[in-house]
Design a binder for this molecule. Sequence first.
Ligand code: ZN
Length: 369
Amino acid sequence: MRNSLIACAAAGAMIGVSLIAQQAPARDAQELEILPVHGSIYMIAGAGGNIAVSAGKDGVLLVDTGTTEMSEKVLAAVQRLQRQLQLREPPVDLHWGAETRGTLQSSLSPLPPTKPIRYIINTHAHADHTGGNERLAKSGRTFTGGNVAGDIADAGQGAAIFAYENVLNRMSAPTGTRASTPEGAWPTDTFHQESMKLSHFFNGDGVQVIHIPDAHTDGDSIVYFRGSDVIAAGDLFIMTTYPVIDLERGGTINGVIEGLNRMLDIVIPEFRMEGGTMVVPGHGRLSDGGDLAYYRDMVTIIRDRVQSMVRKGMTLEQVKAAKPTADYDPRWGADSGFWTTDKFVEAAYKTLVPKTPPAKATATTKKKH
Ligand SMILES: [Zn+2]
């Protein structure tokens, strides 16, 4: 079954339709695209940032939630995915999470009626990744709530929302008299260590949330599904443009490279850098270790070029004029839109310029002798 899913994923990617689209008798053109990734993991595209979905007997876990405007469509897509999974042959060779582990019947009977969204994990605070938090969390029920209050009709408390603590700080920070986002969208559970593991398996996966400091923002996490072998990268890795570095929210180019390297540490390609661990990027098409390695090399090479220009004492204008990205611009550059090549070079430059000019430091050292 795993192999046929992968084959479908590959074929689906090539002709631009998903497995779900092929199976569904009629598909509304307005519906979001759902791609099978590996194991229990799917990708919903077109709702802002990409959404990684774990769907199965334990319910649903979402990594990011798209924009606020798209939240009804995301919810509809999740339910459509669950209905499609119910129609499938019952998988007997997979193991499941705490709620269903060890029950023979559950592995032999079809999936129960649509289970709630249990968890949301946010990779960072941006609105194209957290905008659906409130709507989608409200539609769901967290795991402990589901177990404890299963029979009490209105006792559900919504899905839990996990994130690195700076995500909560950013979302609850006042802009004028109000917080920047409504309280219902805020993370309900935050962590401040290097990483966090979900307390139990979910749809067959051990789930690890790993914080990457000062990269795309100061609150980035990647999410690794250890059974399905899928990484949700958030905006640390995107297939659409050069990496976006949010200077106002603590992003740096070196942090982005650290994050890309951290993901490459986890990735094991199946054959010659193709296949194996799959990566759901923050934006753009589904990727694997080869895509990630190419992107890491590109960002590292550009960082090194800008770094050496900074060391030579070149100004931002001089660096821009020297075009340190020129050979990569046809694939990754943009002259217009939200994230232009100019903005990327500027962000890289600003996070590489030392806070104390080195010339001054040398002068001080000389005086001592
Ligand atoms: Zn972002």
